[in-house]
Design a binder for this molecule. Sequence first.
Ligand code: ATP
Length: 234
Amino acid sequence: MLIRERLVEGVNKGITSQHGLIAHGRGEAFDYLIGERTRDFAEITIRAAVAMMFRADRPVISVNGNAAALVPGDLVRLSEVTGAPLEINLFHHSRERIAAIAAHLREFGAVDVLEPTADAVIVSLSSDRRYVNPDGIARADVVFVPLEDGDRCGALRAAGKSVITVDLNPMSRTSRDASITIVDNVVRAVPRMIARVAELGGALDEATLRRDIDSYAHDSILVKAEHAIRSGAS
Ligand code: ATP
């Protein structure tokens, strides 16, 4: 209920689109089915996701209206502990909403927030959705993009980037097309990623990061998540 309130507040503040409410409703249904907790298959994935962000040369955290409403402080903190800049990227693009999200993230401590510009585009996307920041997603090798849609996830992959997503539906196109898919609620997954960074401490050696990435098998994680949903096993 509190989570839902954050989104309604997000709509009232011009951060979240009305379409975002519908997407959230879909997420709530899946969350109910996975037992509203971080499952083993998500735990393994969170480790791999953090390792991939640390091994990246130019990781970026892509923020949309739902993520900004639900976990603004956690995204700012994740950016601080991983060194990955925050970049606003919207499905339903508007200058007003970008400004509102940037202001919201700054309220939660963000110093620099990258915004889409007309100077760089993801070529396989049409209209306003194609614009990205030349110093952010345009040059990124790894993009952490919680709550992405299938078209853009596919386009980022086609542009040669690794994509880490958070999606409660393991059957969505985003879940399937991403490099790493955390099947969990973003309100649990992002804090857990920050906790994982703390657990690693300074031990960011190549062997540990490699092991965490190698422990993640994309297809079998999605099968496990789907099985958990269909069987009701908790
Ligand atoms: P795709 O385009 O990837 O096939 P879709 O059309 O369902 O999927 P969207 O409309 O962007 O894509 O839906 C958003 C996705 O985000 C849904 O799969 C939904 O389950 C998921 N989702 C919504 N809220 C959350 C949340 N709080 N945490 C994690 N996932 C969420």
